[in-house]
Design a binder for this molecule. Structure first.
Ligand code: AMP
Length: 209
């Protein structure tokens, strides 16, 4: 099963892809997580990506496509992929079509004010990659799942969030039409609650079998 999770920053792509991965055992591949761990390990890709990530800009297509190409060649991708945060440009979508085209594209839809609210409140665990809202946390510093420290991502600060949404509207939103034209787009409201969103996605995937 090859699925792409599309949606603006804060739409819940990572959370939903992780839940669908748990249910289906298809690997969850987040290019944002890959860049962050490349940076932590100070690899050449991570060092190249840092300046773009800090500003909320997109890492150049060539670097991103090469990283995804390598990842899709790994053995666990024999069952397919759940791509979260890739593709983000038409160039990337065409590159993916040339490598391994998706079966379906799940488009998570939320109003912009809700995206802003979620991103401002988001805290992420560096260790288990869990994502939490401060409104749900007793202790804003510690991951409730694994006990590691939580971080407020540098690119989740208000000015950078606005920039990321502008870039999403300019570079990534055109992919909605691209996949619609291929008959692969399935839009799901992100406002119906975490569990219901997952249930709806699993129902859509069930239709694949
Ligand atoms: P994310 O965690 O998906 O919000 O990604 C964090 C940052 O990583 C983005 O703001 C970009 O700087 C970079 N990034 C992640 N995925 C891509 C992609 N497909 N193309 C270019 N840059 C990306």
């Amino acid at each position: 099963m090859k699925l792409v999770f599309l949606g603006a920053p804060g739409a819940g792509k990572g959370t939903q892809a992780a839940r669908v991965s748990e249910a289906t055992k298809v690997p969850h591949i987040s290019t944002g997580d890959m860049f962050r761990s490349a940076l932590q390990n100070q690899t050449p890709t991570g060092i190249k990506a840092k300046a773009y990530m800090d500003k909320g800009e997109l890492v150049p297509d060539s670097v991103t496509v090469e990283m995804v190409d390598e990842r899709l060649k790994q053995q666990d991708c024999e069952t397919g992929y759940l791509l979260d945060g890739f593709p983000r440009t038409l160039f990337q979508a065409e590159a993916l079509d040339a490598l391994q085209p998706p079966d379906l594209v799940i488009n998570l839809v939320l109003p912009e004010e809700e995206l802003l609210r979620r991103l401002t409140q988001r805290r992420v665990c560096e260790k288990c990659k869990g994502t939490f809202s401060v409104s749900m946390l007793k202790n804003h510093e510690i991951c409730p799942t694994c006990g590691a420290p939580l971080v407020h991502r540098l690119d989740d600060q208000p000015e950078t969030i606005k920039e990321r949404i502008v870039i999403y509207n300019r570079d990534t939103a055109p992919l909605i039409d691209y996949y619609q034209a291929q008959g692969k787009l399935r839009s799901v409201s992100g406002m119906i609650g975490l569990e219901n969103v997952t249930r709806e996605i699993l129902a859509i995937i069930g239709a694949l079998a």
